[in-house]
Design a protein around this ligand. Structure first.
Ligand code: NDP
Length: 248
């Protein structure tokens, strides 16, 4: 039995990696999915692969006016929204001593400001039992070498959710954080020096109790769970999907 039949879902950053896998899984479970990102050609390619239940919309989450246009389109075309996967995110390796103002703004504007306005601007069109899933990271609870700004941005969104469950009290809307561990995506591989991608993956794998990095689909199936009625009493949690990496 499909778990998301008839639901209308938004996946930000849905043209790549974890977001694309979530969009694909949502569609397999019966949802119609709007995917957003900045790069139009990658969005068009993603929609081609996802099929007719996918709609693409170019929007930069760090620009609230572009989010307003996105929600106008969703209101006009679909009339409401049942699920949000706030997945768009970015990060750069910079050790303390080399952090630049530009990289701070790039990271926080996407990962924190982007999440705030993705959620806030959706409120008028969210259905009464909507599920919001914020894609966090294991680094919300751990230190990371040369990745402090990104890690702090993920701690920030985890804490936003603690407060938002209170602000949303009485609306029936659930909001949770899905925190992936190391997952093989274009975004992750882009952090490696050219030609050193396998080295990066095996060095991560050696730190993970399950002994391997995750596939994007392993995040997507958990996103389906959080979006569905199977998780009807789960609210405000941070669900780690990390092969045990930060549980030991
Ligand atoms: P990818 O780089 O593969 O995908 C990131 C997506 O976000 C792309 O679709 C990108 O599209 C979009 N995006 C980036 N910036 C913006 C923006 N300003 N506005 C709109 N869309 C944007 O990364 P992953 O799939 O690896 O990451 C997805 C999420 O998972 C992120 O939040 C990341 O922090 C988190 N995560 C990933 C882990 C991993 O190991 N891969 C581990 C823990 C968390 P475009 O460039 O076209 O805008």
């Amino acid at each position: 039995m499909p778990k998301l039949t008839g639901k209308i879902a938004l996946v930000t950053g849905g043209n790549s990696g974890i977001g694309f896998a979530i969009a694909k899984q949502f569609i397999q479970e019966g949802a119609s999915v709007i995917i957003t990102a900045r790069r139009k050609s990658q969005l068009d390619q993603a929609v081609k692969e996802l099929g007719e239940k996918a709609t693409a919309f170019v929007a930069d989450v760090s620009k609230p006016e572009e989010l307003s246009s996105l929600y106008e389109m969703i209101q006009d075309k679909f009339g409401r929204l049942d699920i949000i996967a706030a997945n768009a995110g970015t990060g750069e390796f910079q050790p303390l001593g080399e952090i630049t103002e530009e990289s701070y703004y790039r990271t926080f504007d996407t990962n924190v400001k982007g999440v705030i306005f993705t959620v806030q601007k959706a409120l008028p069109i969210l259905s009464s039992s909507a599920s919001i899933i914020i894609i966090g990271s294991t680094v919300s609870v751990s230190g990371t070498p040369a990745f402090s700004v990104y890690s702090a941005s993920k701690s920030a969104v985890r804490n936003l959710v603690r407060s938002w469950v209170i602000d949303l009290k009485g609306r029936g809307i659930r909001i949770n954080v899905l925190s992936p561990g190391v997952t093989e995506t274009p975004g992750l591989l882009g952090l490696a020096e050219s030609g050193k991608e396998e080295e990066l993956l095996s060095s991560f794998a050696s730190q993970i109790p399950l002994g391997r990095v995750a596939k994007p689909k392993e995040m997507a199936t958990v996103a389906v769970f959080l979006a569905s009625d199977d998780a009807s009493y789960i609210n405000g949690v941070e669900l780690f999907v990390d092969g045990g990496m930060v549980q030991v």
